[in-house]
Design a protein around this ligand. Structure first.
Ligand SMILES: C[S@@+](CC[C@H](N)C(=O)[O-])C[C@H]1O[C@@H](n2cnc3c(N)ncnc32)[C@H](O)[C@@H]1O
Length: 266
């Protein structure tokens, strides 16, 4: 849970304002899950709830959309989204005890799974709250194809003096899986995987600072979060210079590779 202590009201609001990338690929995940009117859907790690709100409109008045997240500041923003069939609560993926067994048609994790160290417990909880035959959707950063930004950060952190901080110079979500590992984990947790594929997204940012703001708010303060303040400041300045080199006429061009997995509870 130590990853969850660095969030601030400013970071939560920035995520709400800059989280378009997760929202855009989240809509693809919802399409892959074929969410239908009348269904009950749980969004695990909903953050500020933009995708949950979108799902509430799909399931309509006969369905329900519920979002949970362990960060209270993100849930505060989510709870400002008002729909009769939409609700939010504070909880981690590893403890869904507020929900009864077999209470959802669909459970999904959008840009959350790579943050979970204990994926076994999270999947056991997802399986428990899903109805038999219920669908699970996961979008998560791919271990086999690192993001462009990760390459930039790694290169900067390999330089003096950052190379002395070792593990503290952390540069991305910690618990990524590749496609084969994702499938094996889901099979072991009692799911049948129907599809698992990497989708690539090209993002354009207007300025290096926007990339830093996006990364810091998406990681709830964990982007370079373990570097001492002075080293962090210097590393960010070096990363911004390296990002300038990636400017194209459309903006700073960065690619992300996301594994989309759909599975059915056995
Ligand atoms: C990049 S944000 C994604 C938010 C949202 N799903 C979206 O698509 O915009 C990652 C989210 O994972 C959440 N998270 C981190 N650890 C978690 C855990 N153990 N259980 C559930 N959510 C967690 C964070 O609080 C954060 O809101």
């Amino acid at each position: 849970m130590t990853l969850l202590v660095l969030d601030t009201p400013e970071l939560a609001q920035k995520y709400e304002d800059l989280g378009d990338k997760q929202f855009t690929h989240g809509k693809l995940l919802i399409a892959d899950l074929a969410v239908k009117p009348g269904e009950s859907v749980l969004d695990v790690g909903s953050g500020t709830g933009r995708l949950t709100e979108y799902v509430a409109d799909i399931v309509g008045s006969q369905g329900v959309a519920v979002g949970i997240d362990p960060l209270p500041l993100r849930i505060d923003i989510a709870q400002q989204k008002l729909r009769p069939n939409l609700s939010f609560g504070i909880a981690p993926a590893e403890d869904l005890s507020q929900f009864a067994d077999a209470s959802f048609d669909v459970v999904y994790f959008n840009s959350v799974f790579h943050w979970l160290e204990d994926k076994h417990t999270a999947l056991a909880e997802a399986a428990r709250v899903l109805k038999p035959g219920g669908r699970l959707g996961i979008s998560a950063a791919s271990k086999e194809r690192p993001h462009t930004l990760q390459g930039v950060v790694r290169e900067v952190l390999s330089r003096e003096p950052f190379n002395h901080y070792g593990e503290q110079g952390w540069d991305g979500p910690l618990f990524k899986l590749d496609v084969a590992e994702t499938i094996a984990l889901l099979n072991a947790a009692g799911f049948s995987v129907t599809s698992a594929e990497i989708k690539t997204f090209t993002d354009y940012f207007d300025a290096p600072q926007t990339v830093i703001d996006f990364s810091t708010s998406s990681s709830f303060g964990n982007f370079l979060g373990k570097l001492p303040a002075e080293a962090k400041h210097a590393a960010i300045e070096a990363i911004k210079i390296a990002l300038e080199a990636l400017h194209t006429p459309k903006g700073i061009e960065l690619q992300r590779h996301v594994i989309f997995t759909i599975a059915v509870k056995n």
